[in-house]
Ligand binder design. Structure first.
Ligand SMILES: Cc1cc2nc3c(=O)[nH]c(=O)nc-3n(C[C@H](O)[C@H](O)[C@H](O)COP(=O)(O)OP(=O)(O)OC[C@H]3O[C@@H](n4cnc5c(N)ncnc54)[C@H](O)[C@@H]3O)c2cc1C
Length: 642
């Protein structure tokens, strides 16, 4: 990546960084050499990450937890590299719970919700998470730009309003939790004044990438050629049938064919579709079954890599069918819209938590208070309450006390505040992914270990840029940008949302006032094997210092928007990086079982002894409703054991 000379206003950067209070993190870690401490870890595996990697975190409750923290990455890699040796695990358990749930993402919260409904009097549950706050990939960033409170998603960000159900207990997935958590079905967005330049906006960070839904946003495609850095904008190119693009005729023809192609296959059942389509990639489907040129798969990468981690050369055609993509599904109905809470899916995580621990979020049991209230950290881990949550707590060992088939308890060793302690549980739900479970669960049977070896996890970077104004976007007539990525580019898409208005939280929709520009940035390398793509991407994500990404982002913005008056020194107030090392489990061909129907996830979905596994990755297309369902299923497999 070429480094740009563009620089953030140094005064703003320094101030914002100090506000982030991540300051001194590395130093704090290095004060003692307790088990699992930085000093001890320094001898093992990867170099330690610190503040120069993590950077500014914004303001508010989530400021210390944006993406994976350096501490989480350091201790996870320490575990992977054989750290926390067996001798250190022989610690007596000093607390007893009926259930321990590892992971406070949506899956863990789903397991806890089911426990809270089914528990017998006196039963207790402890939820552990290695981050400083709950939510997993469904967290939020908060900025204060010139007195304006702005909230944006760190990762999971949007949803469709599901069908209403009379009895949530009879439902599953999105409709179940939507009804059960009393989430409203109507939302307020900002009106775009009729006397301004016509502009339309995605309410989330995906809609502008989805075939058929793209038309709801003012999307600019930025085209460059190999011999020139000057670019050319094509605004609303799909509505104009690509006539305003510099693309050759043959490419236009292919892209339009792809865009307009509805379902070309009918299946007797979902199982039939799964068996048939899970044998080839989406790219193979487009090219060998529909005879399309490579440009179609190339454009499809934009959405697929954002939603599933890698592009169409890696993603199963069945996952594309469920997404749904051209050639496998018809164009969505024109009035279908996405939605996004202020902090994206942290809105769902907040609703789960409020139900589990009523005073965990300040304010009442209503949408506004739950969505915007401050987290009451003191309420999370009080003894005596049925559900407790312990943060900054990494489970480093989970093992049955005895033979898994007959043991009465499971011991969980936790690393927290540079100390190890252990708790005992009658059952454990691992609401965490395979990349870590295979190291943490010490008596994992060989078949599970082999199944987990087949999973591939793609990294992801969400960069939220707080802007003091977005006059440069208005001048271009766009609210979302897509560029034909070259080696010198950062990312390939970004947008501003029409921000949801909730109670007194009324972020503006005015080019002269602040907003958040979000870059959703996957790492994919078409043509390479899946495992190589995720490995190279993760190395890039983990090895790039904050300052380098900051410069790359500002350089990219200057390249895209400089001609429309963008100035980094005055227009950017702060940048938060949310790095997810294992963001998505990639649904490659065979993930769902392929022709044989034997999928690695089927092995993981069986519990053994008193341990069960429930995590969004098992669904193949990670999403909040199925994530909570996986957690619920895992708890129910163990309900009789507690
Ligand atoms: C960039 C991005 C965009 C997305 N967009 C959407 C979207 O628009 N809509 C949608 O519905 N979904 C979206 N998703 C999918 C999202 O992943 C799921 O919806 C869901 O939030 C995942 O929940 P989970 O509990 O399965 O996993 P996670 O959120 O990963 O939660 C697992 C938790 O366990 C913790 N943990 C791991 N190991 C340990 C350990 N040893 N000890 C203690 N804690 C541990 C993890 O750090 C994490 O906090 C997106 C995901 C990403 C990455």
């Amino acid at each position: 990546m070429k480094r740009s000379s563009a620089r953030l206003n140094p005064r703003i950067t320094r101030r914002d960084f100090l506000n982030g209070s991540a300051l001194g993190f590395g130093a704090a870690l290095l004060t003692r050499a307790a088990p699992g401490s930085a000093q001890e870890m320094a001898g093992v595996g990867d170099p330690l990450l610190g503040n120069d990697w993590y950077g500014y975190g914004g303001v508010g409750d989530f400021r210390l937890s944006h993406g994976n923290t350096p501490e989480v990455v350091n201790s996870a890699h320490y575990l992977r590299d054989g750290g926390f040796p067996a001798g250190q695990e022989e610690i007596d358990a000093d607390e007893q719970f009926d259930l321990v749930i590892v992971g406070a993402g949506i899956a863990g919260l789903g397991a806890a919700l089911e426990f809270s409904k089914r528990r017998k009097p006196g039963q207790s549950c402890l939820i552990l998470d290695n981050h400083p706050i709950f939510g997993g990939e469904a967290k939020e960033n908060e900025f204060d730009v010139n007195g304006e409170r702005l909230i944006g998603p760190q990762g999971a960000n949007g949803f469709f309003i599901p069908a209403a159900v009379d009895d949530p207990e009879e439902a599953s997935g999105d409709p179940r939790y939507y009804a059960e958590l009393n989430i409203p079905r109507e939302y307020r967005l900002q009106e775009w004044p009729a006397d301004r330049k016509p502009l339309s906006f995605s309410p989330d960070n995906y809609e502008y990438l989805v075939r058929g839904l793209q038309d709801h946003s003012s999307v600019g495609h930025f085209f460059t050629t190999a011999d020139s850095t000057e670019g050319q904008w094509a605004v609303d190119m799909w509505q104009r049938e690509l006539a305003n693009t510099p693309l050759p005729d043959a490419t236009r023809k292919t892209l339009l064919q792809w865009y307009r192609t509805g379902a070309t296959r009918q299946f007797a059942s979902d199982a039939d579709a799964m068996r048939t389509l899970d044998q080839l990639t989406y790219k193979e489907f487009l090219e060998s079954k529909l005879g399309m040129g490579p440009e179609a798969a190339g454009y499809a990468d934009l959405f697929l890599a954002s939603a599933a981690g890698l592009g169409s050369d890696a993603i199963s055609a069945y996952a594309a069918y469920k997404s749904p993509m051209p050639g496998l599904m018809d164009t969505p109905p024109p009035d279908l819209r996405r939605n996004s809470f202020p902090g994206g899916n942290s809105g769902f995580a907040r609703h789960f938590l409020k139900r589990l621990i009523p005073d965990s979020i300040t304010g009442g049991e209503n949408f506004e208070d739950i969505t915007l209230g401050r987290v009451n950290f003191g309420a999370l881990d009080r003894s005596g309450q049925p559900v407790r949550m312990r943060l900054n707590a990494t489970a480093i060992s989970v093992t049955h006390e005895g033979n898994p088939a007959t043991a009465d308890t499971v011991r969980v060793v936790i690393s927290r505040n540079r100390q190890l302690h252990a708790v005992r549980a009658k059952a454990v739900v691992m609401a965490t992914g395979g990349w870590i479970n295979k190291y943490v669960v010490r008596d994992l049977p060989a078949a599970y270990r082999e199944a987990y070896q087949q999973f591939q996890h793609a990294p992801f970077l969400v960069a939220n840029v707080a802007l003091t104004n977005w006059r440069f976007l208005e001048k271009l007539g766009i609210t979302a940008a897509i560029w034909n990525k070259s080696e010198d580019d950062f990312g390939y898409t970004c947008n501003i949302r029409n921000p949801m208005q909730v109670g007194d939280y009324r972020p503006p929709l005015d080019p002269d006032r602040p907003t958040i520009l979000s870059f959703y940035t996957p790492f994919y390398y078409p043509g390479l094997p899946v495992e190589a793509q995720v490995r190279i991407g993760r190395a890039e994500l983990l090895s790039t210092p904050y300052a380098d990404y900051e410069q790359e982002i500002l350089g990219q913005m200057s390249k895209l928007f400089g001609s429309a008056g963008f100035k980094p020194s005055t227009d950017v107030a702060g940048i938060i990086l949310n790095r997810w090392g294992h963001a998505y489990s990639v649904p490659f061909p065979g993930f769902y079982g392929g022709a044989s129907g034997n999928a690695p996830r089927d092995v993981i979905r069986r519990h053994y002894g008193r341990i069960a596994f429930g995590h969004s990755e098992l669904d193949g297309l990670q999403h909040y409703g199925p994530a909570a369902d996986e957690g619920r299923r895992a708890f129910n497999q163990l309900a009789n054991a507690i």
